[in-house]
Design a protein around this ligand. Structure first.
Ligand SMILES: [Zn+2]
Ligand SMILES: [Zn+2]
Length: 310
């Protein structure tokens, strides 16, 4: 397998856009963004939280995101969650993967735990009716980037083995801190191509991560460049969700600290432009911000995104 930072597969078998969209639970021709948030409480508490803050789309954790303890939601709770989401007309729902997962790790023990965790989480995410399981591909550590990507590819193949659910495994763009995989569109495009454009996978954006990885989504010119680069190296048909976070740190800082919308370096105008961009407008936008009361994503941040998208 040959790979380079900006590899676009030569005799490209890149499928048609509509082919990749097929099977999606959310219509991609929505005329407005589906604004929501990461809502705490897991499958037993997240719906109440979403209603409290006025979230449409939602992202939740299943199980503890900081330990290897496998999530074991009760079947009744899964059933109730699906019913509540449907009754309240919420969604789409996404699950955020465990933070310990690192598919690029050199430690065999960590790799096995990571694969098992994602394997379980993907099937549970499908069971609760989620559209995507968003995860951070991992960090190369001291290893060569190309070798790290090979490990990610092999691990994703195992995670997806014999899986035929509707929930997609979504790689989140990273801020480029350390040796994280996923701050380079060429690498994400390579992974998708090497997995033969598998329709069980996809990508999630995070506006703060992009900005800190050096994509200037805060300006008109920077956004245009980011969009054209992503379109060329990955393709928007592979983008399924956006984490809407302002940034506490300046462009290209390679740090990952989220800020409330309008209080960081991206600013309200940056978000207004992104929310109106035709490639981004109909996507689910989910906040992962500190909140104006420091209690996590809140109604105020959601209202700001609504105002900016109007
Ligand atoms: Zn994120
Ligand atoms: Zn982050």
């Amino acid at each position: 397998m040959k790979k380079s930072k900006t590899l676009v597969p030569a005799n490209t078998a890149r499928p048609e856009r509509k082919e990749v969209f097929a099977g999606k639970s959310t219509p991609r021709d929505a005329a407005y963004p589906l604004i929501g948030a990461h809502t705490n409480g897991g499958i037993t508490g997240a719906v109440a939280k979403a209603l409290e803050i006025g979230a449409q789309s939602m992202q939740i954790f299943i199980g503890s995101p900081q330990t290897w303890k496998p999530p074991q939601p009760a079947p009744d709770d899964i059933k109730k969650f699906r019913e509540d989401v449907a009754r309240e007309n919420l969604g789409p729902v996404f699950v955020h993967g465990n933070y310990l997962v690192n598919l690029a790790t050199l430690s065999l023990d960590n790799l096995q735990k990571s694969v098992l965790n994602l394997h379980t989480a993907l099937r549970l995410s499908d069971a609760i009716g989620a559209e995507g399981l968003i995860f951070h591909p991992g960090s190369a550590g001291s290893a060569k980037r190309s070798e790290a990507i090979d490990r990610v590819l092999a691990a994703m193949t195992v995670v997806l083995k014999d899986y035929d659910g509707q929930c997609r495994l979504l790689m989140e763009v990273c801020a480029g801190q350390g040796q994280t995989i996923g701050d380079d569109f060429g690498e994400l495009g390579t992974i998708i191509a090497e997995l033969n454009y598998d329709k069980r996978i996809g990508v999630a954006w995070d506006t703060c991560h992009l900005y800190n990885a050096g994509f200037d989504v805060a300006t008109e010119k920077g956004l245009a460049k980011t969009v054209s680069e992503f379109d060329k190296l990955v393709g928007f048909e592979w983008l399924f969700a956006v984490h809407a976070n302002d940034s506490k740190n300046p462009l290209g800082s390679r740090k990952d600290r989220h800020e409330n919308i309008g209080q960081g370096y991206i600013g309200e105008e940056g978000f207004r432009r992104m929310l109106h961009h035709p490639e981004l407008r109909s996507l689910p936008w989910m906040l992962e911000v500190p909140g104006f009361d420091e209690k996590g994503p809140d109604r105020k941040n959601i209202e700001i995104l609504h105002r900016l998208s109007a």
